[in-house]
Write a protein that binds this ligand. Sequence first.
Ligand code: NAP
Length: 254
Amino acid sequence: MTAAGTPIAVVTGASSGIGAATARGLAAAGYRVVLTARRKDRIEALAAEINEAGHQATAYPLDVTDRAAVDEFATAFRTIGVLVNNAGGALGADPVATGDPDDWRQMYETNVIGTLNVTQALLPALEASGDGTVVILSSTAGHATYEGGGGYVAAKNGARVLAETLRLEIVGRPVRVVEIAPGMVKTDEFATTRFRGDTEKAAKVYAGVAEPLTADDVADTITWAVTRPSHVNIDLLVVRPRAQASNTKVHRES
Ligand SMILES: NC(=O)c1ccc[n+]([C@@H]2O[C@H](COP(=O)([O-])OP(=O)(O)OC[C@H]3O[C@@H](n4cnc5c(N)ncnc54)[C@H](OP(=O)(O)O)[C@@H]3O)[C@@H](O)[C@H]2O)c1
């Protein structure tokens, strides 16, 4: 799975939201994108759309928490230019006192161990490219907590620490480590998944907020960060909508 002259960008969680938008953005920026997620039909349809637009994309169904599958996936690459660790999300918004440990476990598995799995497996190919970039989607939840956010905040702190530690450990090698920490992004599935299909609860997250970020806004920041000159490492990019001053300070018009 290498294309002479065309750098490869692997995007995890490319079946919806920020991952899908990032795949489109990186393809338009000249990367051959490899779309991964569990929903095969979604990534295959997106790969077809990107190819029809004259860019290059392939789909590879993958659960980032399945280490054996991730290792098998990695054998397909000798070199890659970019890895975007985007697969993740939140489950529940319960207080610490009543939160479900299984939700906490699952969030840690996906957001931290999933990112660790794919990063470990692809690091040799990133390094072999001579100019690799690892992007880790944390969140503003990885930088400050909020009531009801405990499990997600803990997991995204894990993702942040993974990025910061890796950057220290591989300094001097030709791989950049970029953390992107978005605030409120209105995507089709993030809040619905968090509230297990309760669309009313999900809608309340964005109620009255004039312009939450879109998946395209975040994809744009990711594409910008990875297309800086090789010696420029965007360590951390925090991006929020204008209407959000912190995780808990949000301007709502109604
Ligand atoms: N929306 C926000 O407000 C916001 C803010 C800050 C950070 N983020 C982070 O940005 C990332 C994308 O969020 P989003 O808003 O685009 O949410 P989303 O639409 O729910 O996307 C989540 C993606 O992760 C994939 N995924 C989940 N578990 C997976 C697994 N075990 N293996 C492989 N793929 C998996 C899903 O695909 P499949 O189900 O097909 O596997 C999906 O493509 C997440 O890490 C999220 O935590 C979101």
